[in-house]
Design a protein around this ligand. Structure first.
Ligand SMILES: Cc1ncc(COP(=O)(O)O)c(C=O)c1O
Length: 440
């Protein structure tokens, strides 16, 4: 019987799984039944280390009781209220707390539910901002090759991962892409690469080609995550900032992965000392347990949009049914409280050097072609064997059998340990990864 006909009778066939080889999955399902701390449990009750913090979203580990209890209390008090024309206390409090935590100047916050929604919101705000200040011709958006900004039309259009683009048509018009920053000169360099700051000058070339007065925004992930952890070359983000400032282009940092401590500071903007005009965040905002995302904008960006609308009218025709959902706000408040009280990001700074050293040590394997990392993000490139991505996927499957959940981006193996992991647990993650890579 072919895989397709076997799949059509399978008891698990009704869920169309996202970003998954569905037919292959049904042949060998990988089911996660339970989680606690930095461990998952499979259906046989066996432990698996969570080497990727869920999808980079569970830095504090699974099942933090403070978050669960805060959500429960909120659900008992107020389970839902419409976010258009009405407000809930927890949402204002969360926005105010985020404004405290964000880089100075980014102090207006709009909520959504996913990273993709945050990105769409950010792009729309950027275009509307320019329109509001009388520069409506600024509609072009600049993204970057190998970037990932979610799966909605705006996000994949500015994103630069071919498989996420090619099946879905032509995308938004007026989008250009900077070159990505993975260059041979920085091979095996952990941390920021020494070479490649000049790649930011691609933005200047777009200015020269199209005219600054047609460009609304430039969006990048400070560290490109989903494509396999591309750390910015030293000086690269500063250069992007300079060009944006010089030409009135809004700089958007997509901090959906890097936000909330992953790089050792609250945001990568803090770590790299470059403040964008707009920032998107999600994932760790609620420690992953309730979907939530946010867009932070400079006060004057919001004010410009507010001032341009006639009095007593809606200024931004945008929002979601689940924007600022009370349960998500409660989870966010409880998560931020833990970050503050436990000085969580200091823990990342303490764990990162040994983690990065261990990731870098994979260079001794002959078929490892690069290692990269920053903070608690690490990547190991494997020489492809068979089809592109086949070897990486094999490592993911074998790791699951060996007691570790990790991620592969094609033939790149990615580790992003929860900040709650101990040094021993992180070492164990890397030991399993090594064993599995050798045997796969
Ligand atoms: C940088 C970045 N932006 C946007 C997204 C999309 O987030 P979501 O999957 O919640 O829509 C992701 C998801 O991994 C991401 O890494």
């Amino acid at each position: 019987m072919s895989a397709t006909s076997r799949a059509s009778n399978h008891p698990l066939m009704h869920q169309w799984m996202p970003f998954t080889a569905n037919r292959q999955f049904l042949e060998q399902p990988r089911i996660i039944a339970r989680a606690e701390g930095v461990y998952y449990f499979n259906t046989r009750g066996e432990k698996l280390l969570d080497g990727s913090s869920g999808l980079y979203c569970i830095p504090l580990g699974h099942g933090r009781p403070e978050i669960r209890e805060a959500v429960t209390r909120q659900m008992e008090e107020l389970d839902y209220a419409p976010p258009f024309q009405f407000g809930v206390p927890a949402a204002f409090q969360l926005a105010a707390e985020l404004a405290q935590m964000l880089p100075v100047g980014l102090n207006r916050v709009l909520f959504a539910s996913s990273g993709s929604e945050a990105v769409e919101s950010a792009l729309k705000i950027a275009i509307q901002y320019h329109r509001a200040r009388g520069q409506g011709a600024r509609q072009r958006l600049i993204g970057r090759e190998r970037g990932y900004h979610g799966v909605n039309f705006g996000g994949w259009s500015v994103g630069g991962m071919v498989n996420n683009r090619k099946g879905f048509g032509v995308g938004l018009p007026g989008v250009s892409h900077l070159r990505h920053t993975k260059i041979a000169e920085n091979q095996f360099e952990m941390g920021e690469g020494t070479h490649g700051a000049n790649l930011a000058d691609d933005l200047q070339r777009f200015v020269d080609l199209h005219g600054a007065d047609t460009i609304a925004a430039c969006i990048v992930e400070p560290i490109a995550g989903s494509t396999g952890i591309l750390v910015p070359p030293k000086g690269y983000l500063q250069r992007l900032r300079e060009i944006c400032t010089q030409h009135g282009i809004l700089l958007i940092f997509d901090e959906v992965i890097t936000g909330f401590g992953r790089t050792g500071q609250a945001f990568a903007a803090d770590t790299f000392s470059v403040v964008p005009d707009i920032m998107t965040m999600a994932k760790a905002l609620t420690n992953g347990c309730i979907p939530m995302s946010a867009v932070a904008v400079r006060e004057d960006v919001q004010q410009t949009i507010l001032d341009s609308a006639p009095p007593d009218t809606v200024e931004l025709y945008h929002g979601y049914t689940y924007s600022a959902h009370p349960a998500a706000c409660a989870a966010g408040l409880a998560t931020l409280k833990i970050f503050r009280e436990e000085d969580t990001f200091a823990r990342v700074r303490a764990l990162a050097p040994a983690f990065l050293e261990q990731v870098g040590a994979f260079r001794d394997l002959p078929y490892v072609t690069d290692t990269r990392g920053f903070g608690l993000l690490g990547a190991i490139d494997l020489e492809p064997r068979g089809k592109p991505g086949e070897r990486g996927f094999k490592v993911l499957c074998k790791a699951f059998e060996a007691g570790l959940v990790l991620r592969n981006a094609g033939d790149t193996i990615v580790l992003a340990p929860p900040f709650a992991a101990s040094t021993d647990e992180i070492s164990q993650m890397l030991e399993i990864t090594r064993r599995v890579i050798i045997s796969a």
